[in-house]
Design a protein around this ligand. Structure first.
Ligand code: FAD
Length: 509
């Protein structure tokens, strides 16, 4: 293959027109093209008077050696994950989030038939549980925005970006496309799927795994683990008050970061874990049109997607404030998974066509901030804040919100301005300074003012802050050895709470 990169395009064009532009410029004969595809597409908006697309395309050409001026590339094949089917006699996967689902798929691709146990509902019914909570404030503690098939990211933006550089990232994207995601996720610099598409993709994945012999047990919670002589023997599950024991030679623990009772049980059973740094803060909402203007300027005629941003500030105190999980054209999502708590997060549909943009605005928290030395101390820290937010919101699952101007002046908001909050089931005007730890409040204030110098309008007085964002990453890490096994033989932690690295999905040694 040859790759042509840094192709600047200053108007909206079709793929056909793109190809024609490229072959004309590089003097390529059309009849020499055997195959071609876009390998990268991004937006360069650094100069507001010259916003343009940047493309790279890969071509397979007849007589490639004839085109000496073009760069040859060797696209590495997607690596295969190999597992030993014979040693994996009975594989149980706890959790049907992204890590559990991909673990199940990988098992199937290696001739291993897994049982997937998920405390929440299948994705279709789970959507109803979430809708009931958003409309009526009735929380189902086992099936909600954090729990259920598809995991925590289902009611999300479906952002597919990661800081890790692993060849398995390509496999994940390709599998999503195989199950119906748009092909563009393979080449966009910031791909996303959107909640509306994710739900169907996950359903297709499950159907495929079942068609190959896999089993899904929904509404079934793993409540205990049988361990004998340092080896996992079985898991105990509860389904509608009925207890069941399922024996297993290998258990993949894909429980995410919010299954607090499961972490507690694992700790009681002697599974080694440690507390881990994470971040807390609020969601911030702006008008998407203001973010577009700040990022793209006013001159461009291109039909650009809703703009995003990523900002960071390092305070003299040593703390950092940063934006995370920015959702263009999205809504702030009620993400509680426990009674009497408020947890915020963000989501968007594929079109990202909502009026507001939102992102998490976070400050780092270290284990020195926790009151206890227990590995579960971070969970207690999160829970305390979530309960305070619940009370501040009126103890009815309404989230406490505040205008940015009022937050900066430490006074309770008494009106909503030009930017309307999107959080459901409802919001309560509050002073978030009343519940945030002082170091979080002060670092957020410094961060907001600094970000306004980088992204005009970030500190718009009417911007809405919604409390409280506590689940940006796991407060606990289950320890593993270099073969990815916990201190219990046959017990493999993966995904959130074990750090997300794709190679962790290999289930067998
Ligand atoms: C609203 C929201 C938006 C997000 N947006 C994005 C985004 O756009 N992009 C992104 O990359 N990340 C996003 N995230 C984060 C992302 O969802 C997580 O990083 C990801 O889901 C972690 O995957 P996981 O499989 O490790 O865990 P999870 O997705 O948390 O899945 C764990 C599953 O295990 C189940 N489980 C736990 N304990 C038990 C038990 N004892 N028995 C049975 N089942 C159990 C849970 O019910 C859950 O379904 C978002 C998160 C939220 C909440």
């Amino acid at each position: 293959m040859v790759r042509i990169s840094h192709i600047k395009i200053r108007k909206d064009i079709s793929e056909k027109e793109l190809l024609e532009t490229v072959i004309a410029k590089n003097k390529i004969r059309k009849s020499d093209i055997l195959e071609w595809y876009i390998s990268k597409k991004s937006i360069d908006a650094r100069k507001k008077d010259d916003v343009h697309y940047l493309y790279a395309i890969d071509l397979k050409l007849k007589n490639e050696t004839k085109y000496k001026n073009l760069n040859q590339v060797r696209n590495l094949p997607i690596p295969e994950i190999q597992a030993n089917a014979i040693s994996c006699k009975k594989v149980v996967i706890v959790g049907a989030g992204p890590s559990g689902l991909f673990a199940a798929l990988t098992c199937i691709q290696n001739g291993i038939i897994p049982i997937v146990i998920e405390q929440g509902d299948c994705v279709e019914k789970r959507k109803l549980n979430v809708d009931t909570f958003l409309k009526k404030g009735k929380l189902n503690e086992l099936s909600n925005v954090q729990f259920g098939e598809g995991g925590a990211g289902t009611f999300s933006d479906g952002k597919l970006t990661t800081n890790i550089n692993s060849p398995f990232c390509k496999k994940v994207l390709q599998e999503f496309v195989n199950f119906g995601a748009p092909k563009e996720i393979l080449y966009l610099s910031k791909p996303h799927i959107g909640t509306d598409h994710l739900i169907h993709i996950i359903k297709r994945m499950r159907k495929y795994i079942i068609s190959k012999g896999g089993t899904f047990l929904f509404n079934t919670k793993v409540i205990d683990f049988e361990i004998k002589y340092g080896k996992i023997k079985s898991v105990f599950c509860l389904n509608q008050n009925k207890e069941q024991k399922i024996s297993a030679t290998h258990v993949i623990l894909a429980i995410g970061h919010s299954s607090r009772d499961t972490f507690k049980k694992l700790y009681e059973r002697g599974i080694k874990m440690e507390k881990k740094n994470f971040s807390v803060g609020v969601r911030i909402e702006h008008l998407q049109k203001d973010i577009n203007k700040a990022q793209y300027g006013e001159i461009t005629k291109l039909k650009l997607p809703p703009a995003n941003y990523k900002l960071a500030y390092h305070a003299p105190s040593g703390r950092s404030c940063y934006t995370f999980c920015m959702c263009p054209g999205g809504v702030v999502m009620a993400s509680s998974s426990e009674k009497n708590t408020i947890v915020s997060n963000g989501m968007s549909n594929f079109a990202r066509d909502g009026k507001n943009a939102n992102s998490a605005l976070l400050v780092n928290v270290t284990s020195a901030d926790f009151k206890s030395t227990s590995p579960l101390a971070g969970i207690y820290f999160q829970k305390d804040l979530e309960e305070k937010a619940f009370k501040l919101g009126g103890s009815n699952y309404f989230a406490p919100i505040q205008r940015v101007e009022d937050f900066l002046q430490n006074k309770k908001s008494n009106f909503i301005g030009t930017i309307k909050p999107t959080y459901l089931p409802g919001v309560t005007l509050s002073n978030l300074n009343d519940i945030l730890p002082e170091f979080v409040s002060s670092t957020l204030k410094e961060g907001i003012k600094y970000f306004d110098t980088k992204l005009h309008g970030f500190a718009n007085p009417d911007s809405i802050l919604t409390g409280i964002e506590t689940r940006s990453s796991s407060p606990v890490r289950i320890l593993r050895n270099k073969n990815l096994i916990s201190n219990i033989l046959g017990l493999y932690p993966c995904g959130e709470g074990a750090r997300l690295r794709w190679r962790h999905y290999v289930c067998c040694s």
